[in-house]
Design a protein around this ligand. Structure first.
Ligand code: 5GP
Ligand code: MG
Length: 172
């Protein structure tokens, strides 16, 4: 496993993002909508870096199956939160082609939120096919498959405290 972003780097950057978000949403009680499962570690750290009032919701989305290439298919299951008139901040682990985010944006906009922004830990701009805006992001990532800090390879590696590049499924 090659380390791409250390736990210390992630911690520092998440604190910075939390500070920025707290300033921008100081009085609006935003709702952070966390995309499961990959964003859960990021959310847990980020919400503790946002001292202003906010709520959280979870949205189960799958687009990758067990493969490491984007299938372009996205499914949303069991989302029953009422976002009408709320200031929504989508929390995403990594934006690759952007198709997942594009689909989710349309879905959430259908709920008539007061505003909708996106916060992604990692941005892989070279793989982008869908022109979605990322309002807050932690780091730019190279166009390689990464794991750790919530992100998996076939459900493995989510527990790693850093973001890394697995060498192969066997040796990683
Ligand atoms: P997109 O629709 O932007 O191509 O893919 C977005 C989703 O695919 C992300 O939410 C993430 O769950 C997954 N994904 C994209 N790139 C990576 C990666 O490098 N590693 C892992 N573990 N998941 C990724
Ligand atoms: Mg994701």
């Amino acid at each position: 496993m090659q380390v791409l972003f250390t736990a210390e780097q992630l911690k520092k950057r998440v604190l910075e993002l939390g500070k920025q978000i707290s300033q921008d949403y100081a009085t609006t009680n935003p709702v952070l909508v966390c995309l499961l499962k990959g964003s859960v570690v990021f959310l847990a750290d980020l919400m503790r870096a946002i001292p202003v009032p906010h709520t959280v919701e979870f949205l189960r989305v799958s687009s990758y199956g067990s493969k490491t290439v984007s299938s372009g298919r996205v499914e949303i299951t069991d989302f029953d939160a009422d976002l009408t008139g709320r200031h929504v901040l989508v929390i995403e682990d990594i934006v690759d082609t952007g198709s997942t985010l594009g689909y989710i944006r349309e879905y959430l906009l259908g709920q008539k939120p007061a505003s909708l922004r996106v916060c992604a830990l990692l941005d892989k701009p070279t793989a982008r096919v869908s022109g979605v805006a990322i309002d807050y992001f932690g780091f730019t990532a190279p166009d390689v498959f990464v794991v750790g800090y919530g992100m998996d390879w076939d459900e493995r590696f989510r527990h790693l405290p850093y973001v890394g590049i697995p060498e192969s499924q066997d040796s990683a």
